[in-house]
Design a protein around this ligand. Structure first.
Ligand SMILES: [Mg+2]
Length: 220
């Protein structure tokens, strides 16, 4: 996959990046209730159980009909929907504390560029810091989102020292010598030789960021 770095917003500092969906906003969780009603819940799982078991709507075997895919696709490209997503309240509390340990430098999200305005509005409405937002270019399909994001992290390794992200699939696309730290939010375990730390909640993210970056000073 070719990833364009010339068009990225400028990252001015060294520090930590943040994912948005299911890390700051309860995106998949918000969808699940609706998808269960529309497309079924044969395993009778709670919202939390679905998140833990499948991580993404695209991994839920009984939500693969054309209708379900179309529904999902429409949501992904809706600016309207991005603005209405529920906040994960602890994210708001702990990123303030984290920013005292290491600068926050960017949002890196597999959302398409076409919803950047809805995303900016949501971040502003929820009082998140204004930082560059790196979105998946419209030319890269949703299914390639993790691969794209891994390439971005690899290319920005000198500045972006790690990311808080809920998506373990990212680890499959990072090179084995990648030095950044992946703080895997809302995960209890991780199977990878990379610097990936499972963090069951935001308080754990904060503790692990302190362990990893205490006394952090930027070289730039
Ligand atoms: Mg995410």
């Amino acid at each position: 996959m070719d990833v364009e770095f010339n068009n990225l917003p400028e990252i001015k500092n060294e520090g930590l990046a943040l994912d948005i969906d299911d890390t700051l906003s309860w995106t998949f969780g918000h969808w699940i209730g609706q998808m269960q009603k529309l497309f079924g819940n044969p395993e009778n799982l709670s919202v939390e159980e679905i998140v833990l078991k499948y991580n993404r709507a695209q991994n839920v075997p009984y939500w693969q009909s054309e209708k379900a895919k179309a529904w999902r696709k429409n949501n992904i490209i809706s600016n309207e929907l991005q603005m209405k997503l529920p906040l994960i309240p602890d994210s708001r509390i702990f990123i303030d504390k984290i920013s005292n340990v290491i600068p926050l430098v960017a949002y890196i999200t597999t959302r398409p560029e076409s919803v950047i305005n809805g995303t900016k509005t949501w971040l502003k409405n929820n009082d998140f810091p204004t930082l560059p937002i790196i979105c998946r270019p419209d030319g890269i399909p949703y299914e390639k989102g993790s691969e794209w994001k891994a390439k971005i992290l690899e290319g920005l390794e000198q500045q972006v020292k790690g990311i808080v992200d809920d998506n373990p699939n990212l680890l499959n696309f990072l090179p084995s010598d990648y030095k950044g730290i992946i703080f895997l939010y809302n995960k209890y375990s991780v199977n990878s030789n990379l610097n990936a730390i499972p963090c069951k909640d935001w308080e754990t993210v904060y503790e692990e960021v302190k362990n990893a970056f205490n006394g952090f000073t930027s070289n730039s």
